[in-house]
Design a protein around this ligand. Structure first.
Ligand SMILES: Cc1cc2nc3c(=O)[nH]c(=O)nc-3n(C[C@H](O)[C@H](O)[C@H](O)COP(=O)(O)OP(=O)(O)OC[C@H]3O[C@@H](n4cnc5c(N)ncnc54)[C@H](O)[C@@H]3O)c2cc1C
Length: 419
């Protein structure tokens, strides 16, 4: 890339921001345009279901700072509406066309909605953005009736914990027989006990049959015959990749944007993909493309995608991280490393540390309030899952970046200390 070139980043979340920073760190001195449909600069999204929801942080407190001078043109509150990959053009509202020499796609995911839920009732919300968290807080102020969360995953658990910490009644409703069951039965029992200890109510193995909305409350008739009356309902039912705008672009859309192991969009020489929306084969595990929806992965893939964009597709290196993630519920820290979801069996590695085995091989670990031990077990996991020898993805040709500087960006292991 030269000073005449323009790189466009679509999606102003953490992956987009870290990609933009890395481009500048590596000396890209052309035009940098960052297009984001939210009205604000990138922020710490994990705080949405924790500090912002709980009221201990304001929106301004969680804005991400940039590690380098970005000198970027920010197009916030602007949705990328369409991509023409063969013309190297991103379409913006009002018929505007933005030509690019390189494109970073980092548009994340959107919450899954529930058919039949009264989506337009302001008391029925999802939880992805700061605006969502503020809307939930408004609903809580407007009514002292209990809160209900549909779902039993990480965000549902965090929401229930935040409600109890605010002193609000809350019920968690889900089809599953326990929260976080996908991390194995032992951890699910521990999480269930924790929520019961804090007197969050659990309605498990059931689902919503009918919704009733009145001026004073939202009613949920459950399949188990119970009726819940709520002042606020949050849908925490997972998410789907934000790829509608990419339909017809030529990019392969299969549960996200299908990528090569280097994060280049499959078969495309000037488009890289980062963050929650990228589905790529992490060769540390196998050749199966997967998405990872966690903060540290968004940071690391943003930086790796930028590096590879500057190197060029022929010189690009596979992105082979050891995924790490955390969640906070009440005062407890849950940490994950590797890919626990690949496990077909679990093993107790130490007090509070669960291992996930695939065909007898350790592929992931989970720590329940064991940050120190997790440092050691994460190092052990990394040893057991070595990175295959790195070599450029195709035959060697002239690189546009002769040598990448040592990584100087945000510390990837912030998860060990920060929530
Ligand atoms: C409530 C909540 C709590 C979380 N807590 C944790 C946690 O504790 N630990 C953890 O590891 N992970 C957590 N995560 C996950 C983590 O926040 C995500 O993995 C991370 O934010 C992904 O970053 P991203 O940049 O890929 O996507 P995003 O942060 O979603 O950013 C993508 C941006 O692109 C924008 N966009 C989408 N489509 C377009 C378009 N067509 N044009 C322009 N802009 C567009 C989106 O609006 C968004 O601003 C949490 C997520 C949520 C929602």
């Amino acid at each position: 890339m030269t000073g005449q070139d323009r790189i466009v980043v679509a999606g102003a979340g953490v992956a987009g921001l870290r990609a933009a920073e890395r481009l500048r760190e590596l000396g890209f001195d052309g035009e940098l345009v960052i297009v984001g449909d939210e009205p604000r600069r990138p922020y710490h999204r994990p705080a949405v279901s924790k500090a912002v929801l709980g009221g201990s942080a304001r929106a301004a407190d969680v804005t991400l700072r940039s590690y380098v001078e970005l000198d970027a043109r920010w197009r916030l509150g602007t949705q990328a509406t369409r991509l023409e990959a063969d013309r190297h053009v991103l379409h913006l509202p009002g018929g505007e066309e933005l030509r690019y020499d390189g494109l970073v796609v980092a548009t994340g995911v959107v919450p899954r909605h529930l058919p039949g839920a009264p989506r337009h009732d302001p008391r029925v919300r999802v939880l992805r953005t700061i605006e969502d968290a503020l809307a939930v807080r408004r609903a809580l102020v407007a009514s002292d009736k209990p809160a209900v969360v549909l779902g039993t995953g990480l965000i549902a658990c965090e929401f229930a914990a935040s409600m109890r910490q605010l002193g609000r009644d809350v019920s968690m409703v889900g089809r599953s027989s326990a929260p976080l069951l996908r991390y194995g039965p032992a951890l699910a029992v521990t999480v269930t006990d924790l929520h019961r200890r804090y007197r969050a109510k659990l309605a498990l193995g059931t689902e919503v049959r009918h919704w009733i909305t009145t001026g004073g409350a939202v009613g949920l008739h459950l399949a188990n015959g119970k009726l819940l009356v709520a002042g606020c309902v949050v849908l925490a039912l997972g998410s789907v990749p934000s790829v509608d705008w990419l339909r017809g672009s030529g990019l392969v859309l299969e549960d996200g944007v299908l990528c090569e192991s280097t994060l280049f969009a499959a078969g495309v020489a000037d488009v890289v993909v980062a963050g929650d929306v990228a589905r790529w084969p992490n060769l540390r595990f196998d050749k199966v493309p997967r998405r990872v929806e966690h903060w540290i992965n968004a940071v690391e893939s943003g930086r790796a995608a930028a590096e590879n964009l500057l190197l060029g597709r022929d010189q690009a290196l596979p992105f082979t991280p050891l995924p790490r993630a955390w969640s906070g519920q009440y005062q407890v820290r849950l940490q994950m490393a590797g890919l626990p979801s690949l496990g077909d069996d679990t093993v107790r590695l130490a007090d509070g540390i669960t291992g996930y085995l695939r065909a007898g091989r350790l592929v992931g670990i989970c720590g329940w309030d064991r940050p120190r031990e997790m440092i050691e077990w994460t190092a052990e996991l990394a040893r057991r899952l070595p990175v295959p020898a790195a070599r450029p993805s195709r035959a060697s040709r002239t690189s546009r970046v002769s040598r990448l500087p040592v990584r100087s960006g945000p510390p990837g292991d912030a998860w060990l200390v920060a929530g």
